[in-house]
Design a protein. Structure first.
Length: 233
């Protein structure tokens, strides 16, 4: 797609659009074995992580600052513990050590098309704001994968107190970018969160269809298979 010359800001989703989570089950199984001598299968690790992820998604808004984020991570680690096969060794693991093991297993990587896409937007003098349903650790994740220097600001649902598709998170991003809705483009991989939320605020949405959602027949939303398909003037 060709971006209009009237667009002066790129609002862009985080997870699934810029970054993705590496397969955590193998990492968790290895970590538990190395740290605590606990032997579990990748299937058991995957099932336990699914429970932890469900809990995190329901409570990510609790991670509003450093202290509340630390508390949220401890709660997530205890959900993980409860979903693993019970054993005396697991019961003896210190909560802080359990939290460290969980965090060690969660590794993010930038999509190959993320850095070039952000550089292209900046070369077109567009303000780049990451808008994501995430806790306040988003900036740390972007720093670890090397994308933080390429964005002007980040907006998380936890910091704002409202997840996408709520208007508040988009309005805050527009204010940080210093543009009106008509001068912004929002790129994301979710119809319900990114496309619906942007449209409700008068922002042009672009749906990234890597291998996920597709718009319903007749929906005029612009879709791209890769961020490389977004061409800036």
């Amino acid at each position: 797609m060709q971006v209009s010359t009237s667009i002066r800001a790129l609002l862009i989703d985080g997870l699934g659009t810029l970054v993705d989570l590496e397969a955590p089950a193998p990492a968790l199984a290895r970590t538990l074995a190395r740290r605590f001598g606990l032997e579990i299968s990748e299937g058991q690790a995957s099932s336990a992580l699914a429970a932890e992820i469900r809990f995190y998604r329901a409570h990510m808004g609790d991670g509003r600052d450093a202290d509340s984020l630390a508390a949220l991570r401890r709660r997530c680690a205890e959900v993980l513990r409860g979903a693993l096969p019970p054993s005396p060794s697991l019961a003896r693991v210190d909560p802080a050590a359990m939290t460290d093991a969980l965090l060690e297993s969660l590794r993010f990587e930038a999509h190959a098309d993320a850095r070039p896409a952000l550089l292209a937007a900046r070369a077109a003098a567009a303000r780049v704001v990451v808008v994501s349903n995430w806790d306040v650790s988003l900036l740390e994740v972007l720093e670890r994968v090397g994308l933080a220097p390429l964005v002007h600001a980040t907006v998380t649902s936890a910091a704002i107190g409202a997840p996408k598709p709520a208007p508040a998170i988009f309005h805050h991003a527009l204010a940080l970018a210093g543009v009106a809705p008509s001068a912004a483009l929002h790129v994301g991989d979710s119809l319900a969160e990114d496309v619906a939320g942007a449209r409700a605020c008068g922002i042009e949405p672009v749906l990234v269809c890597r291998d996920g959602e597709r718009p319903a027949p007749g929906d005029p939303v612009t879709t791209v298979a890769s961020l490389a398909d977004i061409v800036w003037p």
